[in-house]
Each structure stands twice: as structure tokens, then as C-alpha cells.
Design a protein. Sequence first.
Length: 255
Amino acid sequence: MISQGLSIIIPAYNEENRIESVLRDLKDNITGVYEIIIVFDGNDSTPEVARKVCSDCKIITYNRRLGKGGAIIEGINSARGEIIAYIDADGSIPASELERLKKELKKGEFIVSSRWVKDSVQVVKQPLSRIILSRIFHYYVFAILRLPVQDTQCGLKIFYKNDAREISKRVRVFDWTFDISMIFHAMRLGLTPREIGIRWKDSKGSKLKITKTVPQMFLTVIGIWARDRYDKSQFFRVALDKIDRNLLNHSRKQE
């Protein structure tokens, strides 16, 4: 790894069966990498597997569940590269796509990878039920938050470090809606999302529990909207903080 450039953050909750191939792909196909940061908050052998493949990776471990968003924020706070990319540990996005997208980052923007815009290619598609649910959720998010993004949930985002840190200070949700909150607050700070189509494949072993997690995601989107609208109200801030904590604890128990 070189002494400046890109910090790659991988939130890893019990990824011992997938982390090796992801790390090999990243090390072989990404240029300008300052560091790879793995934030582990599970209870399997992910750190040991990662160290065998990537001895110079920075591995941050926790003995409590952080949630995807919490893990990414820990990575953002410890990152030293000028550019930050966070990517899922499931191998659904090849490293070549990160290499391509990082070159597109410009000041005043951030990069959102997408399965649903022009030039995107889904090599292995999700089950039809997941696709339908994904599209319903997209229109719901647009109706509530007016985000001009077709795919908030695709697992690769790229920011300048200073922007990412400023955004993450405002984020209050750390579950599956973390990406939505990052995009929302980035735009509130005046940044422009640049959504770029990628090659993507559905990966087995998803930890998303549809019947339990999806209703929570719908509620959390309302919470993001309400917090923004009523932020100056002490009563609403206290109430929303309590709701956020309850939702986060519920999410951790599910996982």
C-alpha cells in the first residue's frame, strides 16, 4: 500500500466465509490504496482469516454489535486517506468497479454505486421478491425524503474524508437505513450525489431478515424526516433519540 490516497472501509459481521476473496480482489485490483480498514463486531474468525490474507490491513474489533452504520463510522473516524470508500464484505461488487468509480469523484460530490441506472449490469440478479421490495422501498424513500437517487442501498459509496466525517456527525441511524441517512445529510451539507451504474451480482448469505428488518427500515426513514423537520424542538429531539436507541437495540438483537 502507498502512503497517501484511498482508505477502504469494510464493515464485517461474521464474514469468515467471504472476507478472504474480497480482500484478495481488492489487493490485486485497486491502485492508490493507503489502507484497508476492517471493522469487525461479530463472533467468528473473520479477523484471523483477514490477517492471513492482508497482514497490513487495519483490523478494528469490538465485542459488541455496532450495526453496519456504526462499523462504517468507526472506520471513517480512524481513516487517514484523503478519499474514503466503504464497501460491503459480501463480494457483490468487484474491486474493478471501485477502481473505476473512485476516479470519478470530484469536489462537492460523492459517489453512489447503483444497480438501477443506465449502464448498470446485474450479473446475478436478486430473487424477484427482493427486486419488487427494493423498488417499492425506493419510491417510498423518494416520497418521504426526495432523494434523487435510484439505488440508496447498493453497497459502495465514495466520499472525500473531510466530507464523510462531517456527514457522519449528523447520522443517528446505524442499521440498514444508514446509507439513506448518509446521502440525506450529505445533500443537506450541499454535496451532490453522483450515481453511477456498476456490475453487480447477488451474493448468497445476506443477513437481511425481510419480515423483521424491512418494517423497521420503513419506520426509520420517517425518523430521518422527522428529525430534520423538528430538530429545533427539544421535545422531539429527546423523543427521537429514544426511538433511535430502541430501533438500534432491536436491530442488534435480530442480528
